[in-house]
Design a protein around this ligand. Structure first.
Ligand code: ADP
Ligand code: MG
Length: 481
């Protein structure tokens, strides 16, 4: 099958000398405005290097962009309802839990705090729904996944368009800037955190960011801290690893989480979504302590469970969206963004899915219950894994998803340490729409869309994680097709 192609915003290639000169300008802009990351190879806290980025904004159909933006509050609410439906979460995750220790550990914490009686009924969600364009059927967006934990790049995605606008001006194309949508992701996400803080309503309370031992994606975290500090100078923000939380926090008799003598109002997890972030029982104990506390968690443990791939697959099964959303037009709009999602449980449907994937493995992606990139299987690996797992309970921890084939666009990816100029290459883009929601089971206090991000990768790469070094940050250039 040949992939469709979208035209770049200006004719490419650029003339060599001009290209070299604008890349130099773009790199300096990026460095001087914090579109950066720490160097994995030569780590030092004294410097950042550029985050990989695409030199020019990548085309994205305006109608599909608008559709994704408009759907975000609908999806936020859907996920909120899913997270508060105990029976649905339990049934959906049941089989996966038996073979997936990590998800089982999260689930056990949820059951424990729920049975004890939740000390905090409010949840804060800083979500991101990710999409690829599907062709050839009319270039419509299909959801890749819905992130409920540590949804990243809100800060960098909010800054990058200014660099791209600068580059378009330097190329004598300022009239193109009108097709670049405003992106208020950083302020939108941070105001979610401060709204939750205000709902907590305890004087001198603090905000806690749960971070990895080493934060390579430091700009994308610190900008949140700077933004909150500027808007709300009275609020102190702490950064702690789960190990440090184990050592340094306590629960008082009111179940407040106490750090450095202060009650914690909001706990924002930028770590805690993958097994390596819990190297020992201490980190799990720390997680349990936080979940037991009155702090408002972003995400709460049930939000995190609602963001599993297994839940995504279950939502696509017949009648499930209707159960949560009724039979109205919004349900149809959500169903339209789903691509084929199949359970691999040991039942008739699961067997059918295995046969279907073995017959044409290239059409599918095999996904375990993991976040953070690099865990999925593609092509011949799908076949190999299914042949190996066919009769093993292990397969219930995976879902099968139809592979989305996005349109190609030519572009230049600028990477730290790479030769300049880079070659003109075929790329594909993945759009992420951020959403903020705060609520209890019965009441939603805020629910809105909050900016976007575009991540672009080489067309022949399976995955495009920016932090993992595969993808590049990008900005959408809206096309009226
Ligand atoms: P993770 O939680 O690891 O980010 P994702 O579901 O987002 O898992 O998958 C990681 C990446 O793999 C995506 O960003 C996308 O590039 C690619 N990918 C995932 N699902 C599909 C799919 N159905 N079709 C094509 N590419 C996909
Ligand atoms: Mg993802």
């Amino acid at each position: 099958m040949t992939q469709a192609r979208l035209a770049s915003c200006i004719p490419l290639p650029l003339e060599h000398k001009l290209l070299v000169s604008v890349i130099e300008k773009a790199k300096d802009w990026a460095l001087m405005h914090g579109v950066g990351m720490r160097d994995r190879k030569n780590f030092t806290k004294d410097s950042i290097q550029i985050a990989p980025f695409v030199l020019l904004p990548s085309p994205f159909p305006r109608t599909e962009f608008t559709k994704a933006v408009e759907l975000q509050p609908v999806l936020n609410e859907l996920m909120h309802k899913v997270a508060h439906d105990d029976e649905f979460l339990t049934c959906t995750l049941e089989n996966a839990l038996q073979v997936d220790e990590f998800t089982a550990n999260l689930f056990d914490i949820w059951v424990k705090v729920r049975d004890e009686g939740m000390a905090q009924n409010l949840s804060l969600g800083l979500f991101r729904s990710d999409y690829l364009m599907q062709n050839p059927d009319g270039n419509s967006i299909k959801q890749v996944e819905f992130n409920t934990v540590a949804s990243s790049f809100g800060a960098l995605a909010a800054y990058l368009p200014d660099m791209t606008r600068y580059i378009l001006r330097q190329l004598g194309q300022p009239e193109l800037i009108k097709n670049m949508p405003a992106n208020l992701a950083l302020s939108g996400l941070c105001s979610g955190i401060t709204e939750a803080y205000d709902l907590f309503g305890v004087p001198r309370a603090v905000i806690l960011f749960v971070v990895e031992e080493v934060s390579y994606n430091i700009c994308d975290q610190r900008f949140h801290e700077f933004e909150i500090s500027e808007k709300r100078p009275e609020i102190m923000i702490y950064r702690r690893t789960l190990t440090e939380i184990y050592d340094e926090t306590t629960l008082n008799d009111k179940k407040q989480l106490i750090l450095d003598g202060h009650p914690v109002a909001v706990v924002y997890y930028r770590s805690g979504y993958e097994p390596a972030q819990y190297p020992s029982a201490k980190e799990w104990d720390a997680r349990l302590r936080v979940e037991r506390s009155t702090a408002i968690k972003c995400p709460s443990i049930h939000y995190q469970l609602a963001g599993t791939k297994k839940v995504q697959q279950a939502l696509a099964a017949p009648g499930v969206l209707e159960k949560f959303m009724g039979a109205g037009a919004a349900t149809g709009r959500v169903r339209d963004i789903f691509t084929g999602l199949y359970s691999l449980d040991f039942d008739e449907n699961g067997e059918r899915a295995v046969d279907m994937a073995l017959a044409d493995a290239e059409r599918f992606v095999l996904k375990p219950q993991r976040e953070g990139g690099g865990n999925n299987l593609y092509g011949s690996d799908v076949r190999e894994a299914l042949l190996r797992m066919r009769h093993s309970r292990e397969r219930a921890a995976y879902i099968l998803m139809e592979r989305i084939l996005p349109p190609l666009v030519a572009g230049y990816v600028v990477r730290p340490g790479a030769a300049v100029p880079p070659p003109l290459t075929d790329l594909v883009s993945e759009l992420g729409i951020f959403g903020v929601i705060i609520g209890t089971k019965d009441k939603i206090y805020c629910n809105r869309q909050a900016g976007h991000m575009l991540r672009t990768k080489l067309a022949d790469a399976n995955e495009g994680g920016v932090a993992a070094g595969l993808g590049a940050l990008d900005s959408p250039y809206l096309l009226d097709l």
